[in-house]
Design a protein around this ligand. Structure first.
Ligand code: MN
Length: 222
C-alpha cells in the first residue's frame, strides 16, 4: 500500500514535470520519464533520484530485473521500467537500450546540478568479491571498465552485456564512470557488487550538500 502510494506520487511528479517542460515553470522533485521506441525495443522508464528504493521492473531479461531492482534499493532511488524488446534474438538490444533510457533519465532528473556533491565513490563487498565504482557527474561521458568475468553467462544472460549497459548509461548520463573489480571469483557476485557500488556512488554524487552554493565546478557550469 505504502509502496503503491509512493509510486503514485512519483508518477504525479513525472507528469507535472512533463507539463513544466512544455509550458514552463519550476520542476517538482528530481524525476524524469523516458519513452523510447525503436524497431528493436519499446521502453517506458520513470526515475526519481530522491526515492525510497522502490522499483517496478519488467524487462523480459530476468538478470537485468535483478540488477535494476538492487540498483534502485541501494541508491535510494525509485525506478519503473517496462521494456519489450527482441529477446528472441538475444538480450543485447534490450539491455543496451535500458542503459540509454536510464542514462537519459539520470541526466534529466539531476537537472542543473546546483548544490550536488558531483563525485561519488563506493566499495561494495559480496562474499569473496570486492567491487569499487567511482563517478563524476561531469558532463563528460567516459567509462573506465576494469573488470573481467570468469563466466560468459549468468543464467541465460551474456556477461559481456554488462559493459554494453554501463557504457550506454555513462554516455547518456554524460558522466565519468569508473568500475574497478578488485577481486572475486563468482560472476553473479561480481556483477551484483558492481551494480550495488554504482548505486551507492550515484546516491552520493547526486546528494544535495547545503554547503555547496551553485554548481560544484570552478567553471561555473557542468
Ligand atoms: Mn543475486
Amino acid at each position: 500500500m505504502q509502496e503503491r502510494l509512493s509510486q503514485d506520487i512519483n508518477n504525479i511528479y513525472v507528469y507535472c514535470n512533463r507539463l513544466v517542460d512544455v509550458f514552463g515553470g519550476i520542476r517538482m522533485g528530481r524525476t524524469a520519464a523516458i519513452n523510447r521506441k525503436t524497431g528493436e525495443t519499446n521502453i517506458q522508464l520513470s526515475f526519481n533520484i530522491d526515492g525510497e528504493g522502490i522499483s517496478e521492473i519488467d524487462t523480459g531479461v530476468p538478470f537485468m530485473n535483478h540488477m535494476l531492482d538492487l540498483f534502485t534499493k541501494h541508491g535510494q532511488f525509485n525506478l519503473t521500467v517496462q521494456a519489450n524488446g527482441d529477446i528472441e534474438v538475444d538480450d543485447h538490444h534490450t539491455t543496451e537500450d535500458i542503459g540509454i533510457c536510464l542514462g537519459q533519465a539520470l541526466q534529466n532528473a539531476v537537472g542543473d546540478k546546483k548544490g550536488i556533491k558531483r563525485y561519488g565513490n563506493s566499495f561494495v563487498p559480496m562474499d569473496e568479491t570486492l567491487a569499487q565504482v567511482v563517478v563524476d557527474l561531469s558532463n563528460r561521458p567516459h567509462l573506465e571498465f576494469r573488470a573481467e568475468f570468469p563466466s560468459q553467462k549468468v543464467g541465460t544472460f551474456d556477461t559481456e552485456l554488462v559493459h554494453e549497459f554501463l557504457w550506454k548509461f555513462a554516455l547518456e548520463a554524460r558522466m565519468n564512470l569508473h568500475v574497478i573489480l578488485h577481486y572475486g571469483s563468482n560472476t553473479h557476485h561480481m556483477i551484483e557488487a558492481i551494480f550495488k557500488a554504482m548505486a551507492r556512488a550515484l546516491d552520493e554524487a547526486t546528494t544535495i550538500d547545503p554547503r555547496i552554493k551553485g554548481v560544484p565546478s570552478t567553471k561555473g557550469m557542468l
